[in-house]
Write a protein that binds this ligand. Sequence first.
Ligand SMILES: Cc1cc2nc3c(=O)[nH]c(=O)nc-3n(C[C@H](O)[C@H](O)[C@H](O)COP(=O)(O)OP(=O)(O)OC[C@H]3O[C@@H](n4cnc5c(N)ncnc54)[C@H](O)[C@@H]3O)c2cc1C
Length: 490
Amino acid sequence: MGLSSKFAGIVGSEYYSEDRAVVEAYRDTLFPVDPEKPLGVILPETTEEVQAIVRLCNENNIPIVPVALGAGVNGMNLPIEGGIIMDMSRMNKIHDIDPDTMVAVIEPGVTIAQMIKALEPYGLMTSYPNSSPPSSVLINIVTMKGSGQHITKYGTADYYLQGVEAVLGTGEIMKTGAGALDSSDWHFRYCLGPDLSGLFIGSLGTMGIITKGAVKLAPVSKYTWSVALGFQKIGDAMKPINFIGKHRMADYINGQYWYTGVITDTDYPWEVNGGKAHLPLDYMDKWRESRGLTPVWFHLAIEGADEREVEVRRRILEEYLDSERIQRLDMSNDGWYHVRDVQIQGTISSIAARICRHRGGGWSSLVFIAPIKKWGEILDPVIDMGRKWGFDPTYLLKVFGPYAHTSQCRFVLSYNKSDEDERARAKNFTREFTQHAVNNGGVIHRQTLQPDVVMAHQPEYFEMLKQLKKVVDPNCILNRGVFGLRPDNI
Ligand SMILES: Cc1cc2nc3c(=O)[nH]c(=O)nc-3n(C[C@H](O)[C@H](O)[C@H](O)COP(=O)(O)OP(=O)(O)OC[C@H]3O[C@@H](n4cnc5c(N)ncnc54)[C@H](O)[C@@H]3O)c2cc1C
């Protein structure tokens, strides 16, 4: 029996395809890279099917790329070295919602929209990325160490993780957390010895294919109060934002450089310049001023289960803002609703469509993690660097809580996908951005495709990663090429 028939035999012929139109869809990317053409696309429904596919690929040295819902940016779900695409969207069952232990057990195909709906009757939530409603709750939490809308309050999304079930590159099944004990609920992230869930956090599919996982639940806050703060320069914001963050005065702290109005204001003049080139800075300055915006602004929110709790915290925050004479911006403008949608509700789909339209379909999010005290030093040069390569100065900042130890600095890169020159500039800028971030002690977040730049700074760490990979995936079939892990170097 040929390999194609064997794949089809595992899942049924309607869930395995080598059809060009189907396969090509998984190769398409907003990121400026050119992945290989995959051999086929397979959609398993159970852990046993995942296991059988992995075993078959391992025996035949075929790379596998797991794709949850395919919304991951920066080319992280692409067949860099070809192989089989394992589309997880059929594994979309919610196995359990336990409102007493405040844990849910879900599969990787469970979407944000599905989970919000399922938890609504309980008044509960879990971590959601600021991504599109069809993206995966579990994959963001586990493999992407995501930055959802509660990042300031709780920290990165892995705070919510209680354990996983994963199929390793050898086909073995591994469970972590209290769920590894057959009789136990998944009430605790840890089991015997070290935290093995950590092996999968941030792994982007290189350490195992997640087939199930347990996530913590939290109550949805009933009351929210928000305020927008204006600053002339990022340097002016560093001290007060650090103070507010480390004293837990707000539950969301998100900053933006003014050009990010591109993605937040409904009135943005899309058609000027045919959307093909950045708008002249003086035009943008007038646009910004007409809305009463400062070059840098921060959106802060306080939330609580009770109005009185929010009121007490609001007074503490406002006293501090008054004492430091920090400017408040008028949030009555319609555009602010988009800021709130993204940051509080955590759904960004309409905005994503606008970003793509802005410059011709190409889009990526270049992200590094750095302490707030480094913003002035690291961020301002990034704006100049972007301009040098011809890209708009759009960045977003998120304070990682709960005590503001660090922050996410994200450059939103939009470019014309069909313009070869612009693609090449986007690639060069991405590389320079990565180099700049690591030279300044920034941690590159979810960058899968420039491992040489990152690993050159940490060869011992890379060596350890290779040793781990050898144990869980000796033939390097899982997401081959990601983080520079290949059969010839592990
Ligand atoms: C407009 C937009 C804005 C965004 N903003 C944010 C943001 O503010 N914060 C944030 O954190 N994220 C953000 N994201 C990224 C977002 O988090 C991801 O889109 C989402 O979390 C994961 O997407 P997905 O479920 O489609 O996973 P995919 O893209 O399918 O997969 C993501 C990675 O996980 C691997 N993977 C998939 N399934 C499995 C599996 N079962 N086992 C092991 N590995 C697997 C893939 O190979 C890939 O490396 C944004 C995305 C978009 C499109």
